[in-house]
Design a protein around this ligand. Structure first.
Ligand code: ADP
Ligand code: MG
Length: 679
């Protein structure tokens, strides 16, 4: 049996309450606890001799208990326990409240490590309610875990120790022997023991190296598996290029970048042996939809169906109306399938799709449910791909016989990173906007000027325009709701009492979000106060100002996304960044926003200023979140990509029995994250 199947409540001392605390840290099984690696370590090197302790600082001492524990009752019935400890340099007093077990936990004349805030007064040093662990030869480096309120490091340490003791003598290592040898890696058993309780810093390094390797390897293999279709021949032959007749029907001339993107796609579909597997990335407003439409047209004319999946209902609706209009002159039938439709409406749409009556289907996640079937899906397109997990994208593709795949992204990322993130996806960049677009004017202000900015917004509303205000970001999920709502409520009551204001925040049900967005699209709401959920590519041409509070808390790429909500029509548009942070770095970053509207330039700058973390860390690409590996560690990543390629060469679908463990881990890594990648 796997320890992932043993609930954490199997450990000693685990009741519901404690299990609930661990659950907050996403630790529900003994297996997950073993993979709950320490955040950092405290080493004896950080020990302070008692006579050098500093008042008010959190410090660690290694000391021997030199008195009995004396316990008395104080005001309010609380228990107060005191005990003296000493090292070679002096004596300190430890104070504990309401812990009746202290006298049995701290044994006279034994040595412990204590950690807590130091108090120095007339009577000498004391530490109140320190954390402590017993000093043994083994634990010369103490793990420090991520905690949640109500949970102490000591409780986690005890639990992990017990979990480790449950490991069987021989454990199945997901990494095959051959790989361990080739890359000089330690066994899983050694790694787990030493990542939690390192024998010495060398062992810790060994353990870490192995676990990082393992995680990257699982990621690389997982990504490759999703894409392995590329090795097989396509079943969807599309020998004829029909796109020029489609292009000439458009009411505008395509930009060169758009034309090139279409040529790239059509070449893939026409000439390549394997299915197209292409990412088209380009700034908001560069016109990716029409590229997708051209691909749809070509697909249908070659005798296949096309599917176009969008992350939200509202976006699906927009695409639907758009494409319906474009394709009406050609007698191509376009359908839409979204979650909010009634069951009977959905059934009808699905029936037409299965019979082949519908040529092009636009939709949301409803497209990838089991009951959606195609007659002959030839091309699967995903819009705003960072909103979908890797698995969801591949689910859409599985609806057909190795269909062509096109993904659209408005989050430009530097090419070097794209190669890693997307592996063998081919990348086309649309680096040109349709003519006549106005640059969104971007201003950086501090909160003293907010009142003026709000007045400016009011003027625009009076002129019939619409505006967005993006709320202060709050990290804690629950506060998010409160802050967006109370902020909006304040604006509604004061500045904007006479205007229709809508609120959008992350805690709302998708249906309610869509309803608010629909009201904004139809101009029933003129001011939208929102958290970041507004960033998905909705096209409201009448929106002219976006004001972003606490702008310093956003990554540049995210700010750029938000800015893309305005400047989509003929009206002059503005982005107002509000920040009181005057740090050098912040200023530099926000100045970049004011200087340029080019997403690729901004992405490069973000990479330079903040490293690759933002591109991966903020889960903008539907990649699973990593536990121990770090994407800035490119060297390890490259090494594992090599190992992954080697493994896939031996067994392209990992069906060989020696890869069973790896396969299980791939499943774990990708399943735990897929839904959260979508916000
Ligand atoms: P995005 O790349 O952000 O998805 P869209 O496809 O939504 O951009 O296009 C934005 C707007 O630009 C749409 O209203 C679309 O009709 C228009 N558009 C696209 N291409 C051109 C073009 N070549 N000339 C003029 N307008 C265009
Ligand atoms: Mg778009």
């Amino acid at each position: 049996m796997s320890l992932y199947d043993v609930p954490i409540t199997a450990l000693k001392g685990f009741g519901k309450t404690r299990a609930a605390l661990f659950s907050k840290l996403k630790v529900n099984s003994v297996g997950e606890l073993l993979r709950f690696y320490p955040r950092t370590y405290s080493q004896w090197g950080d020990l302070t001799p008692i006579n050098e302790l500093k008042n008010g600082e959190k410090q660690m001492i290694k000391a021997t208990v030199v008195s009995a524990v004396s316990t008395s009752r104080i005001k309010g019935g609380r228990l107060l326990s005191k005990v003296q400890v000493a090292d070679d340099t002096g004596v300190a007093q430890l104070v504990f409240f309401n812990n009746k077990y202290i006298s049995s936990m701290l044994k006279y004349s034994e040595e412990y490590c204590f950690y807590g805030k130091v108090n120095r007064d007339l009577y000498g040093f004391s530490i109140t309610a320190p954390e402590f662990t017993k000093v043994t030869q083994l634990s010369s480096i103490t793990p420090v875990y991520n905690l949640t309120s109500g949970l102490t490091n000591r409780v986690v340490i005890t639990a992990v120790k017990e979990a480790l003791s449950m490991l069987p003598e021989v454990i199945n290592d997901p990494l095959p022997d051959e790989i361990l040898k080739k890359y000089n890696l330690c066994t899983l058993s050694f790694a787990l023991k030493n990542i939690h309780f390192p024998e010495d810093s060398e062992s810790l390094e060994k353990a870490r190296k192995r676990l990082v390797f393992e995680e990257f390897l699982v990621l690389c293999l997982g990504l490759s598996l999703f894409k392995s279709r590329k090795l097989t021949d396509t079943a969807c032959k599309m020998p004829v290029d029909f796109t020029s007749e489609f292009i000439s029907s458009l009411p505008y001339t395509l930009t060169n970048a758009q034309k090139n993107a279409i040529i790239d796609c059509v070449n893939d579909m026409k000439n390549k042996k394997s299915p197209m597997n292409r990412l088209v990335q380009g700034d908001v407003g560069c016109g990716k939809t029409v590229v997708a439409a051209a691909v749809c047209y070509n697909t249908v004319k070659n005798g296949y169906q096309a599917a176009f999946m969008a992350p939200t209902e509202i976006l699906a609706q927009q695409h639907y109306e758009n494409l319906k209009k474009m394709f009406a002159p050609f007698g191509i039938s376009v359908g839409i399938l979204t979650g909010s439709m009634t069951k009977s409406a959905k059934d009808k749409v699905r029936a037409r799709l299965e019979s082949g009556e519908t040529d092009i289907i636009i939709g949301t996640h409803a497209l990838i449910t089991d009951s959606t079937k195609f007659k002959n899906l030839g091309c699967a397109i995903t819009d705003e791909q960072h909103r979908f997990g890797v698995e969801q994208r591949s689910k859409l593709a599985k609806k057909g016989e190795k269909p062509h795949i096109l993904v659209l992204s408005a989050t430009p990322i530097p090419r070097t990173l794209a190669l890693i993130i997307y592996g063998d996806l081919d990348v086309t960049c649309i680096d040109e906007l349709p003519p006549g677009r106005q640059k969104v004017q971007t201003l950086l202000i501090d909160s003293k000027k907010r009142a003026r900015a709000l007045n400016f917004i009011k003027e625009e509303l009076n002129n019939g325009r619409q505006c967005y205000i993006v709320c202060p970001l709050v990290e804690d999920g629950e506060l998010d709701l409160q802050s967006a709502e109370s902020y909006a409520a304040e604006l509604m009551l004061t500045e904007f009492a006479d205007y229709p204001v809508g609120i959008l925040h992350g805690k709302m049900k998708p249906k309610d979000k869509d309803a608010v967005m629909a009201d904004f699209v139809s101009n029933n709401i003129s001011l939208l106060v929102s958290t970041t959920v507004v960033e998905v590519g909705v096209d409201v041409k009448n929106a002219t100002i976006i004001m972003i509070e606490n702008a310093e808390r956003f990554g540049l790429s995210q700010l750029h996304q938000l800015r893309g909500r305005v400047g989509r029509g003929e009206h002059k548009s503005y982005c107002i960044l509000v920040s009181d942070n005057s740090g050098e770095d912040t200023k530099k970053r926000l100045d970049t926003m004011c200087r340029t509207n080019n997403g690729f330039e901004i992405a490069d700058e973000d990479l330079k200023l903040r490293g690759p973390g933002d591109f991966f860390g903020s889960r903008q690409h539907g990649l699973p979140q990593l536990n121990i590996a770090d994407f800035s560690d490119m060297e390890s990543l490259y090494k594992t990509r090599e190992a992954a390629a080697y493994i896939l060469e031996c067994s392209p679908d990992l069906s060989h029995s020696s890869f069973k463990g790896l396969k299980a881990m791939i499943k774990l890594l990708f399943s735990s994250n897929d839904s959260s990648a979508m916000n």
